[in-house]
Write a protein that binds this ligand. Structure first.
Ligand code: CA
Ligand code: CA
Length: 207
């Protein structure tokens, strides 16, 4: 999310509220009916495989711009929301919210320790794709794209996805919250070869 996007979302919300009578199906209420605001559990030990397991639970679930709460029923419970409206309360993270939770980060950008957030904890975190890209926050650093391994990330100014596996041809299987029309899943992507994308790494893995 960027400031511009937040403003766009605010105007979208106003527009939708003004025409609520014609916006059938707009409010999915997934967050209100399913999600919580429980405190995260600090954890001192985290592996890339453990992080991948957290990410895989989100596979086949929804996408919500500005969101960060999903269940594990392998379907998108909130399809076809307005694409840049954080107020629709739909299922799923967006690309940066998904990364934040999978990397078990803290709400404070000066805190590099690990925080285990429940799948149904609604949290986006303080980072946008663009801030991840430049290594903002104590847990995050930029990294050479040639060194990226499983659960490192590739970020542009508007998107971030995590390396799930490296393909023999140099592309990657990326696990990401891809977009409203796609939900969250694993796709072969060419981010590593794109000049728009840089490498990002979460620091402090146990293995
Ligand atoms: Ca679901
Ligand atoms: Ca959605």
């Amino acid at each position: 999310m960027t400031t511009r996007h937040v403003l766009a979302a605010a105007f979208t919300t106003l527009f939708v509220l003004a025409f609520a009578g014609t916006a059938a199906g707009y409010h999915t209420r997934f967050v209100g009916e399913n999600c919580n605001y429980a405190s995260p559990t600090p954890t001192s030990y985290i592996t890339r495989e453990g992080s991948a397991a957290v990410a895989l639970r989100a596979r086949h679930e929804g996408y919500q711009w500005g969101g960060g709460c999903w269940n594990d029923n392998d379907r998108d419970d909130s399809p076809n929301d307005p694409t840049t409206d954080g107020g629709t309360g739909g299922e799923g993270g967006d690309c940066s919210g998904f990364t934040f939770k999978v990397w078990r980060e803290a709400l404070s950008t000066s805190d590099a320790s690990f925080h285990q957030w429940g799948m149904l904890r609604n949290v986006h975190g303080p980072y946008t794709a663009a801030s991840f890209k430049v290594g903002s926050g104590a847990p995050n650093v930029t990294a050479s794209k040639s060194t990226l391994i499983k659960m490192d990330a590739l970020a542009s100014d508007s998107h971030i996805g995590l390396v799930y596996a490296v393909n023999p041809d140099g592309t990657d299987q990326i696990i990401e919250a891809k977009g409203e029309a796609y939900g969250t899943g694993i796709w072969t992507r060419t981010y590593r070869g794109s000049s728009s994308y840089g490498g990002v790494r979460r620091v402090g893995w146990s293995s």
